[in-house]
Design a protein around this ligand. Structure first.
Ligand SMILES: [Zn+2]
Ligand SMILES: [Zn+2]
Length: 397
């Protein structure tokens, strides 16, 4: 199958850059992507894509059927922005105060639209159906869950799901692909420590929760290192510690909030009990009480080896074998992993880093920029991956 080459299609590229600038100028926060949703729907309907009836307030799932029947495969892009004041100096900077696309989800959305446009124009050239998932609320890890609950997999047709994220740590022109572990499971931790407040000069009549809470913070780090296999990475970060009302008043309550990251599902299952035991016993040692809430968010990204091979093959054809790099896993998380609980899939990095062009900033940096130079080939990689996946599943039928 010879699909139109995106790169040499100047008209398509011009259109995609316009779309990206439009999305970038009007970013919307997680679960508030109402205008973005409308725009995406219109752009898709203009080229004859069918919008599927998924129950969701924001986000879009659309499909394009080839003229010949065949399997269904899907590509997911995230569409939400962040509560960050943009400081990029771009001519098409955010027009919304305090909100910007500082993670490049506008770029991901544009790539998915580009691939959708190409499939819509070439229905004669593929057998089966491609679905495009424009997912809301990735930053709050609520969007994937919302779409799954809204019926994303209900008709049972989707055979595999693919997704990508821009990656400034990988040079532009390279694609980071790996089977297995790529990104960590993410869980949220809430610990409330209760003691007894009193005068800062008379500690003997109090139970100081700043001291007990601090001991818990320190104890949790050691608890991981002494209870979990050193080859199984786990991170516990307490990012928020709230206690006290005055410099001379001992705090009777402390609230600790943190994030827990892990890879191995079995290790992940052990963590609530471990944290509960350590926090509880430490608090007890100080005469305080600790209540632990471990709230699961998203599992780890675990790429299916067969689907990963399809991405690798597709990338090789577009950019050559040398473009493929094997990324080291990160403790960052992504709710794409939720789709992988249902269907095999592969999530990969698109290198966007370019020191000469100043594209070096990390995600969520107010001066973060993506790299439109690699947009055309990324669209091609996505189109080629989905085409290969269609062929793969037709052979098996
Ligand atoms: Zn982000
Ligand atoms: Zn992101």
């Amino acid at each position: 199958m010879e699909m139109t080459k995106a790169k040499s299609n100047n008209q398509l590229m011009k259109r995609l850059l316009e779309i990206r600038q439009e999305l970038h100028q009007y970013p919307e926060l997680s679960s508030q992507e109402f205008q973005t949703t409308e725009k995406i729907k219109n752009w898709l309907q203009d080229v004859g894509c069918t919008i599927l009836p998924i129950e969701t307030e924001t986000g879009v799932v659309a499909e394009i059927c080839g003229t010949k029947p065949g399997p269904t495969v899907a590509f997911r892009a995230d569409i939400d922005a962040l509560p960050i004041q943009e400081q990029t100096g771009l001519s098409f900077s955010s027009k919304i105060d305090g909100v910007s696309h500082a993670c490049g989800h506008d770029w991901h959305t544009t790539i998915a639209l580009g691939a959708a446009f190409i499939f819509a124009e070439n229905r004669d050239e593929f057998s089966g159906t491609v679905r495009f998932i424009f997912q809301p609320a990735e930053e709050t890890t609520q969007g994937a869950k919302q779409l799954v609950e809204g019926g994303l997999f209900n008709d049972g047709k989707i055979k595999a799901v693919f997704g990508l994220h821009n990656q400034p740590d990988i040079p532009a022109g390279k694609i980071g692909i790996t089977e297995g572990k790529l990104m960590a499971a993410v869980d949220t931790l809430y610990i409330t420590v209760n003691g007894h407040s009193g005068h800062g000069a008379i500690p003997q009549h109090t139970v100081d929760t700043v001291v007990a809470g601090s001991a818990i913070v320190m104890g949790l780090q050691t608890a991981i290192s002494r209870n979990i296999d050193p080859f199984e990475p786990v991170v516990i970060t307490i990012g928020k510690f709230q206690a006290g009302h005055g410099h001379n008043v001992i705090a009777g309550e402390a609230k600790l909030t943190g994030t827990v990251r892990s890879f191995n599902p079995e290790v992940r299952l052990q963590l609530p009990d471990l944290i509960n035991r350590i926090a509880g016993e430490i608090a007890k040692g100080y005469g305080a009480k600790a209540k632990v809430d471990f709230v699961p968010q998203v599992p780890a990204i675990n790429n299916d080896p067969v689907m990963t091979e399809l991405v690798r093959e597709a990338t090789k054809e577009v950019l050559g074998e040398k473009a493929i790099v094997k990324p080291v896993p990160t403790m960052g998380g992504e709710d794409f992993s939720l789709y992988q609980e249902y269907k095999p899939g592969c999530f990969f990095w698109v290198g966007t880093g370019d020191k000469e062009k100043g594209v070096t900033r990390q995600w969520h940096d107010p001066a973060f920029v993506v790299n439109d130079d690699v947009l055309p080939e990324t669209v091609e990689v996505v189109v080629n991956t989905l085409s290969k996946a269609l062929q793969h599943f037709s052979k098996r039928n």
